[in-house]
Design a protein. Structure first.
Lengths: 326, 341
């Protein structure tokens, strides 16, 4: 439980509880859509990592920027995207956020500061720094958050971008969602030494939190955002988390790269939504009835969003040549 | 390259002032930076050094280090920063010193800049210019001499500009900066000292409009960038043999002004495409194909191609000079095409 009473406001925690649950139920529905053959392409589920997106985005203004990843549904929703248009995009439908031309891995929503999910691992680390430079040049006091996974720790662009962010004190926060596996490879086999020592070596304020505890993520994010917005330069936040499902929906048999017992233990003991719910009840910030009410509302919203997307039209064939050039 | 200093045919007729190619580039940047505060420059040694080619000298003094930003040697990083800044309201000009180094930034150019507008369903835009160089015969060997624009001209979503004269360079760069799309702008580093007339006052040249640099009736030489001057010299030589050569400069590869190329081919019936990129799978192949498809019924001979030799660019001058098309070789090819050799 947080030690900072200033940020311990019941309404905010309930909002974050609802937001995490919205992501969870959304992703469960994506899984269902995919396995029942209704959704084309690929789906990388965020289930288990909800506290990271929600804790970070809760600390942002609506006009602050984020860049996201191939596992991006949670970031988009946490930054304010609407469920119905998300589903529509995943189904390749006209009212989707990108008119069906981006799909699961490329949802962008500039109205909520979302500069887009990116299916190149580490591909947006420079874009986030550029958005931060842009905010500085335009004098807007916006900050940019770059979400990336531990897999991106192997990409050189990350270090080029962090180097310049540090040199020029750009208002950008690099949020590493360390979920322990890059695709099917344990992080320890892919990353030498202490990953946190890398930003630290560049003089970037770097720390780590339990990514299953949204309270910790939120508190750390507030500190990073305040420093970046105030001109104190970039930050690096390592969130230790776990992807409860496979690398993508089709990754069913996973025992060759991680034991079932490990998955079961995380799901049983480290579920970020259950952890927050129990904490709120213990601290008397909410009762079970309140949490159930939130869940009912979320499930209704997801159901109606899905209904909208299933009924929505596909884009006209002519859409294929639209927006190649501005 | 003595022909470069004389080659001024085909530029806009205008009041008599001459600038070098490099001065024209700088003038375009300065004018656009005065006009639009969102334009800034980022790259290696762009500020006080004014780049290794000294093209940008004086800009940091006028616009300050906030808008002329010296970066580390991080081509992918500065390109990514350019993309992100462009997506959020700025109009960056990223300077990549040698065109060979765009290989380091290819993901950011090809997977990010080129696709953001499309993937976002038109909601995000990337008004970004990447200025870089091209061209051999500088004795710089295999990693500082290539003309790699075919790599980016392959990618939908990008625009690709190849200016051949100071006047074109200025007008095209101003258009590139005002364009809402990512534009890769290739400057032949051997042409920075080339002088030519540049109109006084404000003007732009639209992207996607070819320029007939010299009119003729017997053979069309389609040439890009530095090869425009090679083609003009070849055309001069051909005059003495009674062959009238037309020289057409596409000026931009993307968009490509196919209409003008095809019209010239229909008029002359014979075409040579000359370009400094590698010949294999390159610009000459694409343009030859566009002309063959568009002007087939008018052609008296297959479209001929002359690109750079398909070898890494060698260092030794006696070797390097063999790799790039020359006026003599172009003239010889034209004579062959016209049945004179």
């Amino acid at each position: 439980m947080t030690t900072d009473p200033v940020i311990a406001m019941p309404d905010q925690w309930l909002q974050m509880y609802g937001q995490m649950l919205r992501i969870r139920v959304f992703e469960e529905q994506v899984n269902e859509l995919y396995t029942s053959g209704k959704m084309p392409g690929l789906a990388h589920l965020y289930i288990g990592e909800e506290a990271v997106a929600v804790g970070v985005c809760q600390a942002l203004r609506r006009d602050d920027y984020i860049t996201s990843t191939h596992r991006g549904h949670g970031h988009c929703l946490a930054k304010g995207a609407a469920v119905d248009r998300m589903f529509a995009e995943l189904l390749g439908k006209e009212p989707g956020y990108c008119h069906g031309k981006g799909g699961s891995m490329h949802i962008a929503d500039p109205e909520t500061g979302n500069l887009g999910a990116n299916a190149i691992v580490g591909g947006s680390t420079g874009i986030a720094a550029g958005a931060a430079l842009s905010a500085r040049l335009r004098g807007t006091e916006q900050v940019a958050v770059c979400f990336f996974g531990d897999g991106a720790l192997g990409q050189g662009l990350l270090y080029e971008a962090m180097n310049m962010a540090a040199l020029w004190k750009l208002p950008v926060i690099y949020v590493c969602e360390h979920n322990r596996y890059g695709e099917y490879t344990p992080a320890a086999e892919a990353s030498a030494g202490d990953p946190l020592a890398r930003p630290a070596a560049l003089g970037i304020a770097a720390d780590e939190v339990d990514g299953q505890d949204v309270r910790e993520v939120y508190a750390a994010s507030l500190r990073h955002v305040a420093r970046a917005r105030g001109g104190g330069g970039p930050g690096f936040l390592m969130c230790h988390t776990y992807r409860f499902r496979g690398h993508h929906v089709g990754d069913i048999n996973r025992s060759y790269y991680r034991p079932n017992t490990e998955e079961e233990q995380w799901a049983r003991e480290r579920d970020p939504i259950r952890l927050l719910g129990l904490g709120l009840i213990q601290q008397r910030m909410a009762d079970a009835a309140a949490l159930e009410r939130i869940e009912r509302e979320v499930r209704a919203e997801i159901a109606s969003g899905l209904e909208f997307a299933l009924a929505a039209p596909y884009p006209d064939h002519g859409e294929v040549t639209q927006h190649v050039y501005a | 390259m003595s022909m470069l200093s004389q080659a001024t045919a085909g530029v806009p007729r205008a009041a008599g002032r001459e600038l070098t190619f490099g001065q024209a580039i700088k003038e375009a940047l300065a004018e656009e930076m005065r006009r639009e505060p969102r334009v800034f420059i980022i790259g290696e040694d762009v500020a006080e050094a004014g780049t290794v080619f000294k093209v940008l000298s004086g800009l940091v003094e006028e616009f300050g280090r906030e808008r002329v930003i010296d970066s580390p040697i991080s081509e992918a990083g500065i390109t990514g920063i350019g993309v992100g800044a462009a997506m959020t309201g700025m109009r960056p000009v990223v300077d990549i010193m040698f065109g060979d180094f765009i290989t380091l930034a290819m993901d950011q150019i090809v997977n990010q800049a080129a696709k953001v507008h499309y993937m976002s369903g038109g909601k995000l835009r990337v008004p970004l210019v990447i200025r870089t160089t091209m061209g051999a015969t500088r004795r710089s060997a295999a990693q500082h001499s290539q003309s790699l624009y075919a790599w980016v001209a392959h990618v939908p979503g990008l625009k690709v500009v190849l200016p051949a004269t100071p006047a074109d360079a200025k007008g095209l760069l101003k258009s590139a900066i005002r364009d809402d799309n990512p534009v890769v702008f290739f400057e032949d580093k051997m042409m920075y000292q080339l002088k030519g007339p540049v109109p006084d006052g404000e003007y732009t040249i639209p992207l996607g409009v070819a320029d007939v640099k010299r009119t003729g009736t017997d053979v069309t030489i389609v040439a890009t960038s530095s090869m425009v001057h090679v083609a003009l010299e070849a055309a001069g030589r051909l005059d003495g043999t009674g062959i009238s050569a037309e020289v057409v400069d596409p000026r931009t590869l993307l968009p490509l002004d196919a209409e003008t190329l095809i019209a010239s081919a229909q008029k002359t019936g014979r075409v040579i495409v000359v370009d400094e990129g590698y010949q294999q799978f390159g610009v000459t192949a694409e343009i030859a194909s566009v002309i063959a498809e568009g002007a087939f019924d008018s052609l008296d001979a297959p479209v001929a191609r002359m690109g750079a030799m398909n070898v890494p660019v060698p260092f030794s001058p006696v070797l390097e000079d063999q790799t790039v098309p020359t006026a003599e070789a172009v003239a010889r090819a034209a004579m062959r095409l016209c049945g004179r050799a």
